[in-house]
Ligand binder design. Structure first.
Ligand SMILES: Cc1ncc(COP(=O)(O)O)c(C=O)c1O
Length: 390
């Protein structure tokens, strides 16, 4: 029998991907699903971005590019970041990657030795934990308080620091809760990282989608030596399938991440890079439009969830996820845990959601409201009918 590495046995297929696969299968069999599972915009990629890719093809821009992205793309990335957030990164402090996920993977592989600790606030996006484990690190969980909207507190983070701590991960706005930290708290987190000479990995994949405050990035802070920003065009420009992300940070760290990229994927797809330059340099109206639409959807989803008896839901301040607490329905009589509940919701009500264990909690399910208002209304109606049975 074929044997596999100890390393690969430390991780499993992303459980969000598992839900998407099951939902796809049901859909292929003709089921009329309401899909709150997939963490991606339902909007198409804006036309002017697609056209830039068509032009790239026509101009035969179809060969290898520099591993870390073309100079043009890196310039466009740092210029956009400077315009949006007042940062001042140079091209040498920028790496274009195959999605934000690759940047996170490379950063952890490049910095963690066996047993190194990474402080990971709960709830967390599923891939951080698997990547930490794959890299040989050890996640140290920071529990957050639902009553405080899952806010991460810098003083609580600092209490978890030991001589083995190498990294703090922060993701604001957060997947799966939609919680968004105020700038002051983010700056306190950075100050903790600086004080202890460890790396703060700030995953800003959703930073353009904040509802109650102007968007900001820690990248505009003065002290950037211990900061790595990870970003992505996936959500901002509805470009999940194009696979373009980036990292901004210390040039030495990026050079080490680049080594890994050079021996794995090489450059992000050439055509996608051209499309990304267009996305970054052209009008940002589509981003504003999506934000306005997500806000309406958020209000509708939260109102609908809260109207289901015994379901509570914190108010998401950003991203496009709601994370209701459905623990009142869990019992030994048919709904043992949220995984069973999500399976039954999919099978019996044709509504796809992701169960909380993927994000480190047992009392919640995640709904992605990157779906039309009609879908949202129908999904909520089905969920209310489903919960009424219990
Ligand atoms: C918090 C977070 N970070 C990073 C990513 C990675 O996105 P991508 O690799 O498509 O850029 C995702 C995708 O869902 C995410 O939710």
């Amino acid at each position: 029998m074929m044997e596999f590495s100890e390393r690969i046995s430390r991780i499993s297929v992303s459980s969000t991907a598992a839900v998407v696969q099951k939902a796809d299968k049901l859909r292929a069999n003709g089921a009329k699903l309401v899909d709150f599972g997939a963490g991606e915009p339902d909007f198409p990629t804006p036309d002017h971005i697609k056209q830039a890719a068509v032009r790239a093809l026509e101009e035969n821009f179809t060969k290898y590019t520099p591993t870390g992205g073309t100079r043009d793309l890196k310039e466009a990335l740092v210029e956009r970041h400077a315009k949006d957030f007042g940062s001042s990164y140079t091209v040498e402090e920028c790496l274009a990657t195959v999605g934000g996920k690759q940047a996170i993977f490379e950063a952890m592989m490049a910095t963690l030795n066996a047993g190194d600790e990474v402080i990971l606030p709960v709830p967390y996006w599923v891939s951080y934990l698997d990547i930490i484990n794959y890299a040989g690190g050890k996640a140290v969980f920071l529990e957050t308080d639902e009553a405080e909207n899952f806010a991460v507190r810098a003083d609580a983070v600092e209490k978890l620091i030991t001589p083995r701590t190498r990294m703090i991960v922060v993701n604001s706005p957060n997947n799966p809760t939609g919680s968004a930290l105020p700038r002051e708290e983010m700056e306190r987190l950075l100050a903790v990282a600086v004080r202890h000479k460890i790396l703060l990995l700030s995953d800003e994949c959703y930073c353009h989608f904040v509802y109650n405050a102007p968007p900001f990035s820690l990248g505009s802070s003065k002290d950037r030596e211990h900061l790595l920003i990870v970003g992505s065009l996936s959500k901002t420009y509805a470009m999940t399938g194009w696979r373009v992300g980036f990292a901004l940070g210390n040039a030495k760290l990026l050079a080490n991440m680049l080594k890994l990229q050079s021996h794995s994927t090489s450059n992000p797809t050439s055509i996608a890079q051209k499309a990304a330059v267009e996305a970054l340099r052209a009008s940002q109206d589509s981003v504003r439009g999506m934000l306005a639409e997500y806000r309406c959807r958020r209000d509708r989803v939260v109102e609908g969830l809260r109207a289901i008896p015994h379901v509570t839901c914190t108010m998401p301040q950003g991203a496009f996820y709601a994370y209701p607490n459905i623990s009142a329905y869990l019992n030994d009589d048919g709904l043992a845990d949220t995984t069973v509940l999500a399976e039954r919701l999919l099978d019996e009500a044709l509504v796809a959601v992701v169960p909380g264990p993927a994000f480190g909690t047992t009392q919640h399910i995640r709904l992605s409201y990157a779906a039309s208002l009609d879908h949202i209304d129908e999904g909520l109606r089905r969920m209310a009918a489903f919960f009424a049975k219990f």
